[in-house]
Design a protein around this ligand. Structure first.
Ligand SMILES: Cc1cc2nc3c(=O)[nH]c(=O)nc-3n(C[C@H](O)[C@H](O)[C@H](O)COP(=O)(O)O)c2cc1C
Length: 416
């Protein structure tokens, strides 16, 4: 047991990426989708307020919630879309709100593929025209298989969005290749059934991701940091495995990626789900065993997200030298000031607890907890404090109504 406050707190060390870019400390807010954009997917004052609060905590880097690269392909109503410069002024404001306080703002770029609620997009595409498994099928439509031309267009879009972020003053970008979204769908043999140049072997399944990375690099140049969020595994029979993940990481590292964030799971299998092994829960970091394997084979700096709760756990994990940056998500939603305590070597007064509605069918849904935490982000964005004791059921009902209304309004806005 470590005495508090810690005498040597590894969280306070800066990190220099191989390209010379410096992250001021080892604490990062992992991406948390805010769903705070307008029905036409523009960022708003609410984003500014939320990120202002987070940056004031002293955290080294903040990764935005997933930003979509195509307004025809939303993952949720209220996603920010960056596909042109129509929101340039507010994007600049968003970036400076964070960077003026000494923190960094990295934009997470994403395409949902088929992981988008039914009715939100007029059409969904994926690697293959394969639906999700039985449990998710009622929520998500069966997609069309993306044509070669469509794949090339999406790759271009990732590059364009990244360049706009760079011009607007963001510190870096992160490619979302985890949690079952489009890039993860291409990587997974369960979802990618193609036999052309985009599927059929592990190399061909990762070609889409490698091309996305190459296009972004071409657009932003050598010195602008690019990160990737990748699953250590999807935890699905016949899906993306640890072996696939390791091979993908090696390829990305060789291609020059600047930072690799390790996560795990999908909305089908459970995103960053608490592991069953008691020893892993005690060690807090869910994916540290995998990080150790990666560390032995690649030199690219690593970030691990999922399960970190206390300053002791974070220090113990960092002390193992298996990785470099601690990613936290849920804690930042219930205590946006948490880094202030953690960087001072003490703990936040809030603890991340399992959220339940008391209704088994609902509690089994992968998105249930995400909806509760999104409500907390909403509260901070309105200038209030989070409500860590908010009822799971009430938050769920509000979220479902908000999402249904958002889907309807997004469709109406699109028709106008
Ligand atoms: C409300 C909410 C929204 C999230 N949105 C995203 C997202 O947009 N992109 C992403 O990569 N992960 C997202 N995640 C997953 C987190 O980044 C993180 O991987 C996960 O919560 C585990 O970390 P934690 O144990 O510190 O919460 C989200 C999680 C929550 C709770």
């Amino acid at each position: 047991m470590i005495d508090l406050p810690l005498k040597t707190n590894l969280l306070n060390q800066s990190l220099t990426l191989p390209n010379g870019f410096v992250i001021p400390n080892r604490l990062a807010k992992a991406a948390t989708s805010e769903t705070l954009a307008t029905y036409s997917n523009n960022p708003t004052e609410k984003h500014i307020r939320l990120y202002q609060r987070w940056a004031a905590s002293g955290i080294g880097m903040i990764i935005t919630g997933n930003i979509m690269i195509d307004r025809r392909a939303l993952g949720e109503p209220g996603n920010v879309v960056i596909e042109d410069e129509r929101d340039f002024v507010i994007l600049q404001q968003w970036a400076t709100t964070v960077t003026d306080q000494g923190s960094q703002l990295w934009a997470q770029l994403n395409h949902p593929g088929k992981q988008s609620p039914k009715g939100l997009n007029s059409r969904n595409i994926s690697a293959s025209a394969a639906p999700f498994g039985a449990e998710m099928r009622s929520l998500f439509a069966t997609p069309d298989e993306a044509t070669h031309q469509e794949i090339l267009e999406i790759i271009q879009r990732f590059g364009r969005s990244a360049l706009i972020c760079k011009k607007a003053g963001f510190s870096g970008v992160e490619i979302h290749a985890a949690h079952g979204y489009l890039i993860n769908q291409f990587l997974s043999p369960l979802h990618n059934l193609r036999n052309d140049e985009w599927g059929g072997t592990p190399e061909k399944r990762r070609k889409f991701l490698m091309e996305v990375y190459a296009e972004i690099r071409k657009q932003v140049g050598a010195y602008f940091p690019i990160a990737i969020k990748l699953n250590s595994a999807d935890f699905q029979k016949g899906g993306f495995t640890e072996e696939d993940s390791l091979a993908t990481i090696k390829a990305l590292s060789q291609a020059g990626i600047d930072l690799i964030e390790i996560s795990g799971g999908t909305y089908e299998s459970g995103v960053a789900k608490a592991p069953q092994k008691a020893s892993t829960i005690v060690r807090e970091a869910f994916f540290i065993d995998f990080a150790e394997k990666v560390r032995a084979q690649v030199k690219t700096p690593l970030m691990v997200t999922g399960g970190f709760r206390s300053v002791e756990g974070m220090n113990q994990a960092l002390g193992s030298d298996a990785f470099d940056v601690v990613g936290i998500a849920r804690l930042m939603a219930i205590d946006p000031d948490a880094p202030k305590y953690l960087l001072a070597g003490t703990n936040s007064e809030q603890t991340v607890q399992p959220i339940k509605t008391g209704i088994k069918k609902i509690d089994q849904l992968g998105v249930m907890e995400v909806l509760w935490y999104t409500q907390q982000l909403n509260r901070i964005a309105k200038g209030s404090n989070p409500k860590p004791k908010e009822s799971g059921l009430w938050a769920f009902i509000k979220s479902v109504l908000r999402s249904g209304w958002g889907t309807y309004k997004t469709q109406r806005t699109r028709i106008k």
